[in-house]
Structure formats: C-alpha cells, structure tokens
Write a protein of this length. Sequence first.
Length: 332
Amino acid sequence: MQKTLEKNAAQTTENSILTRNEGLPFNTKYFDFININRSAIERRVSTLTGRRSVKKEFQAAWLLKAISMIDLTTLAGDDTRGNVLRLCEKAKNPVRKDILKSLNMQDANLTTGAVCVYHTLIPFAKEALKGTSIPIAAVSTGFPAGKISLEEKLTEIKKSVAAGATEIDIVISRDLVLESKWQELYNEIRLCREACGEAHMKTILATGEIPTYTKVAKASWVAMMAGSDFIKTSTGKESVNATLAISLVMIRCIRDYYELTGCKIGYKPAGGIQKAKQALDYLILVKEELGNDWLTPELFRFGASSLLGDIERQLEHYVTGRYSASFRHPMA
C-alpha cells in the first residue's frame, strides 16, 4: 500500500519543466470545422459516474494526488488578511498530521497546487507562503465579469505580477465569444499573455455563459492559439460552473492542440467541485482522455475551496473506518 500511495501522491514528474505555450498565428482553419455533438458528449461522461469507483488504498492514493492539484481558493467579498493567512496555512498543511502518519505519508511534503486570491490580497499570501514553493495565483482582468477596458485589464495583470503572483487567472470578454469575434478575442488574450511575462496564464472561459459546446470548443482553441498556459472553465460565480461534459469538450481540444503543436496545455475545472467523488471523476476523465502526463499540478488543477475538507474527511474514514464531523477539518 505504501508504494501505491507514494507513487500516486508524488508531485514531481518529468512534466515539472514544461515548454511554455508560445501559441499560433491566428487562423480560423483550426476550429472553423468544429461542430460538437452534445448527445455524444453527454453519453460519454455518463459512463464515468455509472462505474464502480476506486476503493481502499487506491482511492486514498488518488485523493492524495488530487490534493496536490487543488488551487485552494478564497474569492469572497469579505476576505481579510486573516482569512488569507489561514488559507495559506491549510495549503501548506492540507491534511492533519495524524492522518498522514497513519498513511505513512508524514514525510511526503504534501501541499496544495497553489493558493488563489484577489489582487489586493497577494501581499498577505506572499507573507504566509514565504519559504515554500506554493505558487500564488491571482484572479485578474476585472474578475469575475471582465467588464473593464482592455487597458485596465493589462494594467491589473502587471500589478498582480509585480505584487508577487506567479500565476494569473484572466477572464475573457464573453461578448466576443457570443458574437463569434474570434480575431478580437485572440488579440485580447494575446495581449494579456504578454502582460503576464513569466507568470503562467490561466484563461477562464466562463463556460456557463456560453450557449453551445461548439462555441466552448472554438473559444478553447482561440485561447490556446493566443498563448494560454491553462484553459479554465469558470470563475465560480456563474450559475453553472464546471461540469464533466464541458470538461470533455475542453480537454479534447487540449488533446488536438497537443497533437498539432506538441505543446501540453493545462486544464482547470472550477466551481461546484465540492466532493471527493467528483474529484475522482475528473481525474479519471483526464487520465482516459489525455493520459498520465496530465495528472500533475503543472497540467491539471481544481479551482476549489470546500473540496479539500471532504477529501480530508474521506482520508480519515479510510484510516479509522468512521466519518468525522466537518468541523474537524477547518479552513476547507
């Protein structure tokens, strides 16, 4: 069992050093032909939730792996310095020490994949994460609606990078997708990428506000062509956030882009992923569609806040045989 846990919970792989996505010149030939069959997509994802899930030590190993790929997030209007400091402590120590000891994982140096906060809270995250390798991700470009000028978006990105963010989650102008203004969308994302500099850029499509899977696929292609390091489903503020069906559409675009360019683009489902079982479904989908290379923090992240608490609760159940109360897993 120990070998299984160590193998699956390891955070460093040959993907630790990835070639940045330099993008492609804009050309609609890459996505003009796309026409997504909604029924086929939904049939495919229905096979995931209907299967028998992984059990025992294999489930524990997958859940430890999932923790290493969480962007532990606080994006509430009442966030304070104290909230961020506690969140960062949880990111550094995501599972209680007694549980890790029972799993023989006390020396694994397990952390979450990143901490994600608003721009104004970056200094507090930087303070709390000093001396660690946990990235700071900042939401930017007028998050969540993106209803500010392009000039303001670029300024906000540069300020976030200067403050210490190493990953920037941008939101696109949804109207450009709705009106199929693909060249304008490409130009906007390209300029955002330039403003990010060395910081990795995750492009949020807000898929819950895009009416068809076909437009989601085309927006994914434009985002990757423009240089996005990750494509992300949602801000978490839409009425519909990450779903397995939307994820299948987006990761198949990632697969096609990789086959065309040899460049691996990351994927981040965000919003509504609260339970350990959901996390396992997403990981299985990624494994089956993209392969093991994408099962690393460098290429896959969950945007979540409460997910970590449920995973820790499931791990305690594996160790003790009993389910604990949620208050035993604070700052989930």
